[in-house]
Write a protein that binds this ligand. Sequence first.
Ligand SMILES: Nc1ncnc2c1ncn2[C@@H]1O[C@H](COP(=O)(O)OP(=O)(O)OP(=O)(O)O)[C@@H](O)[C@H]1O
Length: 304
Amino acid sequence: MLQVNNLTFGYSRTKVLKEINFKVQPGENLAIIGESGSGKSTLLKLLYGEYDLKQGEIYWKDEQILGPEYNLVVGYDFMKYVTQEFDLMPFTTVEENIGKYLSNFFRKEKRIRTKELIEVVELEAFAKTKVKLLSGGQKQRVALARALALEPEILLLDEPFSHIDNFQKQGLRRNVFNYLKEKNIACVVATHDKHDVLGFADQMIVLDNSKIIVKDTPQNLYKNPQSALIASFFGEYNIIEPYGIVYANQLKIVEHSELKAIVKQSYFNGSSWLIEALFKEDIIFIQHENELDIDLDIYFTVLM
Ligand SMILES: Nc1ncnc2c1ncn2[C@@H]1O[C@H](COP(=O)(O)OP(=O)(O)OP(=O)(O)O)[C@@H](O)[C@H]1O
């Protein structure tokens, strides 16, 4: 189990993280979300042992994670970290990069394992290609596969699919997160993207103002977002009294109701339209099946 106890950290006197406590069980997927600059990457770096801690402790099972003051080489064999920079060997092939940490004494196993991982990240067509010739998204996949090559007990992922196009993102997410579950590898994922979380994370931590403001399952946080910051992660939302935070898909346009608004804009969303409307003094957003005329009077109800 990963255990973070009362961690407080700052690069300077200003604290980036304060009194952070959480646990991650083997095989568990924990998502860390928060605004840009809220300390997600810093937290991952601390979990990896990149910095020394003055306050707080981190353990994986019985082993304390310590920083460069105690370790000549940063990091631990049981843990891998995929950063936003990838850190690959550009002049060698995809296969060689993925197999870098696998022993040459077991050539057959190395070949099978490398092939399996190339399939997980769907790079079969590029196995023999030199990494410097790959796109950003392809490099990100190589970095993911390489981190998985040695079957770490825990994997730290910083925006793991940020460079990968939408055509391939969903399939790749499923491959990678299912693979981690299958191998019982714990993972901590820092992300801005709700699709990295919904359907995959067991627990979610929300960082705000240097602290964890909430830790819960994605389902519970989606249903009961508690703050605008949390709701904004999941989608377009409104604050409508006396209901509180309601998502755009919880507002339904009806023939008549007490709640009247005026249409200001319609945005095509794919499966629906997002209607921007003026309600009393505020702009609200309503999910609706059609585009609506500007300045049309509409009535809506709130589905709770
Ligand atoms: N090496 C560093 N030295 C000094 N300050 C840093 C360093 N790295 C990050 N910071 C600061 O620490 C704070 C948290 O940064 P961090 O990169 O952890 O945030 P983040 O939540 O990962 O952001 P993003 O979502 O944009 O990646 C920011 O104010 C940032 O400017």
